[in-house]
Ligand binder design. Structure first.
Ligand SMILES: NC(=O)C1=CN([C@@H]2O[C@H](COP(=O)(O)OP(=O)(O)OC[C@H]3O[C@@H](n4cnc5c(N)ncnc54)[C@H](O)[C@@H]3O)[C@@H](O)[C@H]2O)C=CC1
Ligand SMILES: O=C(O)[C@@H]1CCC=N1
Length: 275
């Protein structure tokens, strides 16, 4: 019998995203005894048990059958089989939450018993440290109460927005994949430091602190990034000279094209699920 407001929670798939969600849900007040993970890799299951104290020895059907909230953190290709397996075992009133990129709510509703409440979420990996950004959309049987439960469960992952499902491919392209763009840029800036003669460790330290500091300024001051950029750019100085090169090399256009490619891949994943 659960004592937390969330009841029993199951996480199917204990990979990168499954782990980020387990950590955040424990911080949000889910009792460790009310949380089970189903993870086929014994090594990974042990790791999660040791790190978080959660049960991780049972399979999908067993953990799903005792849960009020079933969080699905699987690769899109593994979904159909798992949903078919757990569908008949779901508790009355259970809500299924999925974080899979691209997979539409209609896919879950087709593979689960009629009337099952489903919430689709697009999180990102900074959820691991409570600095994530995610967006969620409810399926046709998800009530305002279901959405609120899921929002509260995810509150400790960081920012949580509610969006219409048609925006989730764009969310995937901006915040879902976004941390990878940031790591790419930090790495590039550190490499630039090495090119200019800095020791590699110091170059990475400076690049990382610069991204962190710039984001803190954005968050704390509430000013637009254009204003903050102008404040760094002294007339006739070094920064305008550098920004001109970023424009000349199409960095802004590259970011837009990257997001479009991620959006398109998300749509393709959806089409593959229907195929
Ligand atoms: N990694 C990321 O930044 C983000 C990932 N996602 C989504 O999260 C989902 C999972 O991605 P990751 O955690 O990155 O992948 P992952 O590969 O780290 O985790 C998947 C886990 O599922 C387990 N698994 C495989 N078959 C299973 C089954 N039949 N039953 C139970 N568990 C099974 C695997 O052993 C693995 O530990 C994907 O659908 C992805 O689109 C969403 C947002 C961000
Ligand atoms: O690369 C992917 O497909 C997943 C979804 C968003 C971030 N990682």
């Amino acid at each position: 019998m659960s004592t937390s407001r969330f009841g029993q929670v199951a996480v199917l798939g204990g990979g990168v995203m499954g782990e980020a969600l387990v950590g955040a849900m424990l911080r949000a007040g889910v009792e460790v005894d009310d949380l089970s993970v189903s993870e086929p890799s014994a090594h990974r299951a042990n790791e999660l048990s040791e790190r978080y104290g959660v049960r991780a020895a049972d399979g999908n059907a067993k953990v799903a059958s005792r849960a009020d909230v079933v969080v699905v953190a699987l690769k899109p290709g593994d979904l159909a089989g798992v949903l078919t397996e757990i569908g008949p075992r779901l508790r009355e009133g259970a809500v299924v939450v999925s974080v899979a990129a691209g997979v539409p709510l209609s896919f879950y509703e087709r593979h689960l018993p009629e009337g099952t409440a489903v919430v689709r979420v697009m999180p990102n990996t900074p959820a691991l440290v409570g600095r994530g950004a995610s967006a969620l959309s409810g399926g046709s049987h998800a009530s305002a109460e279901h959405l609120e439960t899921v929002r509260a469960l995810l509150a400790e992952t960081g920012l949580v927005l509610t969006v219409p499902e048609k925006h989730l491919d764009a969310v995937t392209a901006v915040s879902g994949s976004g941390p990878a763009y940031v790591f790419y840029l930090v790495d590039a800036l550190a490499e630039a430091g090495v090119l200019l003669g800095l020791p590699r460790a110091q170059a990475l330290e400076l690049a990382t602190a610069t991204f962190g500091g710039a984001v803190a300024l954005l968050e704390d001051g509430g000013e637009h990034p254009v204003v903050l950029r102008e404040r760094v750019s002294s007339p006739g100085g070094t920064t305008v000279a550098a920004l001109r090169q970023l424009d000349a090399h199409g960095v802004r256009a590259g970011v837009l094209a990257a997001a479009e490619a991620a959006r398109d891949r998300s749509r393709e994943l959806a089409a593959e699920m229907d195929g």
